[in-house]
Design a protein around this ligand. Structure first.
Ligand SMILES: CCCCC/C=C\C/C=C\C/C=C\C/C=C\CCCC(=O)SCCNC(=O)CCNC(=O)[C@H](O)C(C)(C)COP(=O)(O)OP(=O)(O)OC[C@H]1O[C@@H](n2cnc3c(N)ncnc32)[C@H](O)[C@@H]1OP(=O)(O)O
Length: 161
């Protein structure tokens, strides 16, 4: 008789250091936009993403984020869509943090390097301009000098107050 061993996925991911750089101040995203951002931010102890938000000295939004095993795409590395979801959330939030009630209208991403799983990386954002209903935000996922993905994000303000 052939015995087929079942593979069991065990939670082997220990604690992760998401502390910010010197001068960064913790930023409470749910207090600003509500608790709906669960896809990226909803499981702080889970195996998908773990994220903490900050503002830097220039008031720009930063995120320290861990890409867990459940974000896997290419073996051992993050799925491009997993990076896209992070950029969608962080760059949209950056516009909200700057006072604009937006959704993301267009997100243009270049994937520059494979992102190894279980790495803690930084998402940088810069609000470039705001004109009429259009808010342009640029950002990137990086670690030191290594850029994994960079993005241009056109946010459109929602009608009404
Ligand atoms: C309206 C009800 C919305 C209800 C939502 C309510 C509250 C939301 C509350 C909280 C949000 C919470 C957190 C936010 C923080 C982070 C968000 C995470 C990011 C996301 O996960 S967010 C989800 C993904 N996101 C979408 O699901 C968007 C679906 N989409 C739409 O909802 C519409 O498509 C919209 C609103 C974008 C535009 O629709 P619209 O009818 O209001 O405006 P219109 O089309 O006239 O565009 C006006 C001017 O923007 C230009 N423009 C528009 N779209 C463009 C594009 N793609 N490329 C280049 N230019 C574009 C036009 O060319 C025109 O330019 P011009 O004035 O120069 O002609």
């Amino acid at each position: 008789m052939r015995v087929v061993k079942k593979k069991v996925l065990v939670d082997v991911c220990g604690p992760v250091d998401l502390s910010g750089d010197e001068g960064w101040v913790a930023f409470d995203a749910p207090a600003l936009v509500g608790a709906s951002l669960r896809f990226v931010s909803g499981e702080p102890d889970g195996n998908r993403y773990r994220v903490r938000y900050y503002r830097d000295a220039e008031q720009q939004l930063r995120a320290r984020i861990w890409f867990g095993p459940e974000t896997e795409g290419p073996p051992g590395h993050s799925h491009g869509g997993a990076m896209a979801a992070v950029l969608d959330e962080v760059l949209g939030l950056a516009a909200w943090a700057a006072g604009h009630r937006v959704v993301v209208g267009n997100l243009n991403i270049s994937f520059r390097n494979l992102l190894p799983l279980e790495e803690v990386v930084t998402v940088e954002s810069t609000v470039i301009s705001a004109a009429g209903r259009k808010v342009m935000v640029h950002g990137r996922i990086c670690l030191g000098e290594t850029v994994f993905a960079e993005a241009e994000c056109l946010c459109i303000t929602l009608p009404g107050k």
